[in-house]
Design a protein around this ligand. Structure first.
Ligand SMILES: Cc1ncc(COP(=O)(O)O)c(C=O)c1O
Length: 433
């Protein structure tokens, strides 16, 4: 008998490239919010390729834009030549950014976007000192690993930046968690000031932060935290970089960028994932003075290629024309309300949090705050059996993550809610057996 694809995956690919599920699935086709695996099972997709298939599957407008470029015979030219789609997309993202006098640089991933932002800020400020948040994730290369505050994803201690971590992103396990929103923010601001004064040499380049921590389990700080941080950062001339790789493009419902919940415009924002609806594209948008501060050449060979920028432009217009941000707000509220109501009756659920279609359910041993990672793994299996794909994350691997395509319908939201409440209740019953 031929070896299974998952055995071949394990033999041919790195051990640290982990797969979901006891029996991993191979997704072979998709339509709307549904995907089908090689065995013919269809699933409602509530993780969307890690928040990347923001619009969904088989979207004619996006496929047509890609096909139009393929039909020219040109898949790639390089940034040595003018690329119309790249210029147009840069202009559009600049307009949407809210940053004054914006410029955009395109990359192929979120990691590269954050590496670029760190390089810009450290060059501009002539300092390799950086602030980041505990429980953060910003990517897999040396600079981005250097600002990742999550042991599970810190593959190396080698780093080009000297980082100091501050409190604030992950309230559920914070020493300040029992404070009111205002007091929590005040305590985090005091901590920030103390970290700057005690752990740095003073001339810090930037703070990089996710408005909602993605890999960290959709940890959601109170609105206004980053605005309060920015007041302190401004005193020291420290630049704020908002990592919008997960929170951008309206996914949080109430705003187009996650940082807007905090009443502050950052010096730079980084993006990737949802922009291309699956195409490999990321980038940085920053005020021109910051973007232009490099004094040597720098290129990304593939960054901003005509396929990814053409497809991403079509995805962005689709998202705006169909008010997917509004849909994320409406259905996100419905899901959050339903899950919070269920949490009242379910001791396995320690916390339900998030915004829009970015929702985390933190599972704990009933009556405690001890992370229930095995229960989360069990819910993953049970939801899969019932035709729902969800994500998992958090520092302890005990947080279920919901992030469906933003074209989600009322019926699909109701169906997912029912499967989730049923499977979490079942996992809780199994714990008591
Ligand atoms: C907030 C955040 N930043 C950066 C990245 C890295 O993006 P990529 O995997 O495209 O390099 C991720 C990936 O999950 C992310 O969630």
């Amino acid at each position: 008998m031929s070896q299974s694809l998952s055995a071949r995956h394990r033999a041919a690919l790195p051990s640290w490239l982990s797969l979901y599920y006891e029996e991993p699935i191979e997704i072979v086709s998709g339509r709307g919010r549904h995907v089908t695996d090689a065995a013919g099972n269809t699933y409602l997709d509530f993780f969307a390729g890690i928040l990347t298939n923001a619009i969904g599957y088989d979207i004619a407008e996006i496929s047509d834009a890609i096909r139009r470029q393929v039909d020219t015979g040109i898949l790639h030219t390089s940034t040595l030549y003018l690329i119309r789609q790249q210029v147009e997309l840069a202009e559009r993202i600049g307009e949407l950014s809210g940053i004054a006098n914006p410029k955009v640089f395109f990359t192929n991933s979120g990691t590269e976007a954050n590496e670029t932002a760190l390089m810009l800020a450290t060059q501009r400020r002539r300092s390799n000192q950086v602030l980041a948040l505990r429980n953060s994730y910003h990517g897999r290369a040396f600079g981005t690993l250097g600002v990742t505050g999550n042991r599970g994803w810190s593959a190396s201690a080698l780093s080009p930046v000297k980082v100091s971590y501050v409190h604030g992103g992950y309230r559920y396990r914070s020493p300040f968690r029992d404070l009111s929103d205002a007091d929590y923010i005040a305590a985090c601001v005091d901590d920030l000031r103390e970290v700057i004064e005690t752990t740095t040499a003073g001339d810090v380049a930037c703070m990089i932060a996710e408005p909602i921590q993605g890999v960290g389990g959709f940890a959601t700080p109170p609105d206004g935290l980053f605005g309060a941080f920015a007041e302190v950062l401004d005193e020291y001339g420290i630049l704020l970089i908002s990592d919008e790789v997960q929170t951008g493009w309206g996914r949080t419902g109430e705003h187009f960028w996650g940082i807007q919940a905090h009443g502050v415009t950052p010096a730079a924002m980084t993006f990737a994932k949802g922009l291309g609806n699956g195409l490999a594209i990321g980038g940085v948008v920053a005020e021109a003075g910051l973007m232009d501060c490099l004094t040597a050449n720098s290129i990304s060979t593939f960054g901003g290629n005509p396929i990814s920028t053409g497809g991403a432009a079509a995805a962005l217009e689709y998202l705006l024309d169909n008010d997917l941000q509004g849909n994320a707000a409406k259905l996100g509220t419905r899901l959050l309300d339903g899950l919070r109501a269920h949490a009242e009756r379910c001791a396995l659920i320690g916390d339900v949090r998030g915004k829009g279609l970015m929702i985390g359910i933190e599972l704990v041993e009933p009556g405690t705050r001890t992370p229930a990672a095995a229960a989360a793994a069990r819910v993953m299996e049970l939801t899969k059996q019932r035709g729902l794909l969800v994500g998992k994350g958090g520092l302890h691997g005990n947080v279920l993550r919901l992030a469906p395509p933003m074209t989600l319908t009322d019926d699909e939201a109701a169906q997912a809610l029912q499967i989730l409440t049923e499977t979490i209740a079942l996992a809780e019953q199994e714990l008591h057996r």
